[in-house]
Design a protein around this ligand. Structure first.
Ligand code: PHE
Ligand code: NA
Length: 447
């Protein structure tokens, strides 16, 4: 069967940006930055994006485009009978794990969108926003319903195909999302006390840098946010033809994603400070603080609709990219139809997510990694371990399995000075940085 392709290069750009911009920028970035000290974390994060993230983004997309295959097939095509493809399996598992919990959180967002639309959350519930959220996520069935609905939407788009599903959805979602987020950021900056939040986000408190966990958190966040290391970008790259130039495109995607993270930081932290909330309140930060904040704002009900609509669109454009990783693999390796692959893998991921969801309530005593609950453990394992190792394999693959000429040709960098810089980053600097950050983090890992 003929492999599918993007209709236009813009379609690819929007889809790749759609994949990158998601819960990672809004929900995850704000709480990870909040827990790791704000400004200093942001610095390390920016260095990780620039020195490791963007060069690896170019690497991952190029491998896919050259091989024209999925995350495992690409390695097998370019390096037959060599063990590189094992890195692809890491990515495949990472995609299952991430989408498993991602879809649960996205389901919370969908539930909040629904409750803003019906007006229920526009005014503060009698027990307060914190308890309302707590009651919702710890309950057994309700979050599962929204998780199922979110997976249903994701499966539906992916089974509609690369052009008619993924590309079409992103062409609509991305412009709307960008507009909504910018509107929110401008509004947030006009709040009284906004400057304190801006200061928290931008003014580094260097003392946090002595803590090794800050580095692994920043690296994991960079990989997560740029959709790196699971094979999403490889798979999306495999639907590109050779006549598009990649370096500019990937730098654009990286900058866009980082801008969106900073913009959502600007939306969230001023509001957090303006209303006297702790910036390190963890994964619940967005849901509890923002709803509280919206209710105290003029037109808060409308702002709530806009915010959770943006969150939902951003989540869907990322979740479809995660589902596409196993779908592309099973379509090729097992000869499944797109429809069968989407539905079967989607159901498996839904089941994985049930664990993450129940881990907030009836299974909250279950801790897997350290004292992390099921969801945080899935996130930790995938984002801080699988993704960086997956990315490390990609860097070593292009840096050592390819000759320099091949690597430059694959990335459209032949004859450019930047090419040499990029090549040495992926061949040496990025791998060494990733390994150092790992070794450094080992002393705080519970195993
Ligand atoms: N980058 C997405 C986000 O920020 C999440 C994601 C991770 C998507 C890995 C695909 C692969 O929300
Ligand atoms: Na992101």
């Amino acid at each position: 069967m003929q492999r599918e392709n993007w209709a236009t290069k813009l379609g690819f750009m929007l889809a790749a940006m759609g994949s990158a911009v998601g819960l990672g920028n809004i929900w995850r970035f704000s709480y990870v930055a909040g827990e790791n000290g704000g400004g200093a974390f942001l610095m390390i994060y920016l260095v990780s994006v620039l020195m490791i993230g963007i060069p690896l983004l170019l690497t991952e997309v190029s491998i896919g485009r050259k091989a024209q295959s999925d995350v495992i097939g690409s390695y097998q095509t370019l390096a037959p009978r060599k063990p590189w493809f094992l890195g692809g399996f890491l990515g495949l598992f990472g995609a299952f794990l991430i989408l498993g919990f991602y879809s649960v959180v996205a389901g919370w967002g969908l539930y909040y969108l629904w409750n803003y639309l019906t007006g229920k959350l526009a005014v503060e519930p009698s027990v307060g926003y914190g308890a309302t959220f707590e009651m919702f996520i710890t309950s057994t069935y309700q979050p599962l319903f929204w998780h199922a609905l979110f997976m249903f939407i994701t499966i539906f788009i992916v089974l509609s195909g690369v052009k008619k599903g993924i590309e079409f959805a992103n062409k609509i979602f991305m412009p709307v999302l960008a507009t909504l987020l910018i509107l929110l950021a401008v509004y947030s900056l006009t709040l009284e006390g906004a400057m304190e939040g801006v200061r928290f986000l931008f003014q580094p408190d260097w003392s946090v840098l002595s803590n090794p966990s800050v580095y692994i958190a920043a690296l994991g966040q960079a990989f997560f946010s740029l959709s790196l290391g699971v094979g999403t970008m490889m798979t999306y790259g495999s639907y590109l033809s050779k006549d598009h130039r990649l370096p500019g495109a990937t730098v654009g995607i990286g900058i866009m994603d980082t801008l969106f993270a900073i913009i959502s930081g600007i939306v969230i932290f001023p509001a957090v400070f303006a209303f006297g909330i702790q910036p390190d309140s963890g994964p619940v930060l967005v849901f509890i603080t923002l709803t509280d904040i919206f209710s105290q704002m003029p037109l808060g009900g409308l702002i709530g609709i806009i915010f959770f609509l943006a969150l939902t669109l951003a989540s869907i454009s990322s979740s479809i990219s995660l589902l596409e990783v196993p779908v592309a693999f099973f379509m090729r390796a097992m000869n499944w139809s797109r429809k069968a692959a989407s539905i079967i893998t989607g159901i498996v991921i839904f089941v994985l997510g049930i664990g993450a969801s129940l881990g907030m309530g009836v299974l909250s005593d279950v801790t897997l990694i350290g004292d992390n609950n099921i969801m945080d453990s899935m996130d930790y394992l995938a984002s801080n371990i699988f993704l960086p190792i997956g990315g490390l394999v990609m860097a070593l693959f292009i840096g050592w399995h390819f000759t320099k000429e091949e690597a430059l040709a694959a990335t459209d960098l032949t004859g450019s000075k930047l090419g040499t810089v990029w090549f040495w980053i992926v061949r040496l600097i990025a791998p060494v940085m990733i390994i150092i950050i790992f070794l450094n983090a080992l002393e705080i890992l519970p195993f």
